[in-house]
Write a protein that binds this ligand. Structure first.
Ligand code: NAP
Ligand code: F7E
Length: 322
């Protein structure tokens, strides 16, 4: 018997890679499709799986749609990846972010509790919950200190996941994932903004790249590696919380330099610092310790930052040349 998975956020970066992984394992993959006027299936199409997943209309803010999705999909595993995931926008849309990322997760937990409490649940938590870091290297025991409405909303969802595990015995795990990127990353995030701009500058389609704070540091990994960790969490006998990271941190400036040097261009010739992209409060540095995931899940990241960024530049060059 094939297992059934239900993914919220199936049209996002991680939703697409997770769908591909689960289809490869023989799952029937169902996804919540939040209706939009424009095309959101491009990532699933790019991976060649748009016709293999089963889409169900729904929205994280609509509990009844989630209950119906749980019933229709007969899901054994539920992955809550849907979110307003752009930190920068969360200051402009704090209430929407709280509704979708915070209350939305609670809605999914309620749907699981009502329809099938035996289903296994994964919550897409984030290193943004560490925010103003309380330890040089962050692990599962590091206190949280979110610095954005996004981080605050995600913290609620994280604790709701822990609480439903402890209150109702749900198999509910929280993956505290550090930044992960890919050629399917949204263009508003800094890695993809940089790789797209570098490709455009190389092809003579753009002159400059405008960024905000290039001194902040992130622990960047490859999304394809990170979705494996999500699946491993739902396969464990006991649900738990795990930090998923590479254990290496790099400034935005250095990440940018890797991209420019890959195509033989000088970063200094094109980079313009623009205060418009500086945030009201910044997370200056993130560095995760994935030791628990390694020991208990057998998970390790396989892609270096250099491989990740140069691969993203190459993918953007190919796309723009077409
Ligand atoms: P993403 O590309 O922004 O995808 C977000 C997904 O959520 C999209 O499918 C989007 O649908 C959907 N969505 C937005 N609002 C919704 C709503 N009201 N109801 C239902 N679905 C809704 O994000 P990602 O990078 O794949 O990240 C996946 C999850 O991991 C997110 O929860 C994110 O916050 C979290 N996370 C990401 C990272 C990272 O570095 N990527 C790190 C830690 C945690 P549309 O396509 O229609 O907009
Ligand atoms: O910013 C700086 C910015 O938007 C990274 C999401 O997936 O990871 C992501 O959140 C850094 C920040 O990602 C620009 O100030 C400078 O310090 O790529 P980002 P993020 O905010 O770290 C976490 C783990 C998530 O959970 C989120 O969902 O880059 N930066 N100049 C810039 N960032 C952007 N976007 N654009 C700039 O022009």
């Amino acid at each position: 018997m094939n297992k059934h998975a239900l993914i919220t956020g199936i049209t996002g970066q991680d939703g697409a890679y997770l769908s591909q992984l689960l289809l490869g394992k023989g799952y029937r993959v169902h996804g919540i499709l939040a209706r939009r006027s424009s095309d959101t299936l491009w990532r699933l199409r790019k991976l060649g799986i748009a016709d293999e997943v089963e889409l169900i209309d729904g929205d994280l803010t609509d509990l009844s749609s989630l209950i119906r999705a749980l019933q229709t999909s007969k899901a054994d595993e539920v992955y809550n990846l849907g979110a307003q995931s752009f930190v920068g926008s969360s200051w402009q849309q704090p209430l929407l972010t709280a509704q979708v990322d915070g209350v939305g997760a609670l809605n999914v937990l309620e749907a699981v509790r009502i329809v099938n409490p035996a289903a296994r649940f994964y919550q897409a938590s984030t290193s943004e919950m560490f925010g103003l870091i309380q330890a040089e290297m962050q692990d599962e025991s590091t206190p949280f200190y979110p610095r954005s409405p996004y981080g605050v909303a995600k913290l609620m969802a994280h604790w709701a996941t822990v609480n439903y595990r402890e209150s109702f015995g749900l198999h509910a795990s929280s993956g505290i994932l550090f930044n992960h990127e890919s050629p399917l990353r949204g263009i508003e995030f800094v890695t993809r903004k940089v790789t797209d701009a570098v490709a455009r500058i190389k092809l003579g389609l753009q002159q400059e790249l405008r960024l905000g704070n290039i001194d902040s540091k992130r622990d960047w990994g490859f999304a394809g590696d990170y979705v494996e960790a999500m699946w491993l969490m739902t396969q464990q006998a006991e649900a738990d919380d795990y930090v998923i990271a590479t254990g290496r941190t790099t400034t935005v400036r250095e990440m940018c330099r890797i991209a420019f040097e890959h195509v033989g261009l000088s970063m200094e010739d094109a980079l313009v610092i623009d205060p418009a992209f500086v945030r009201p409060a910044e997370v200056d540095v993130l560095l995760g310790n994935p030791a628990k995931a390694k020991a208990k899940l057998g998970w390790t990241p396989r892609t270096s930052l250099e491989q990740l960024i140069t691969g993203m530049v190459d993918a953007d060059l190919r796309r723009l040349q077409r």
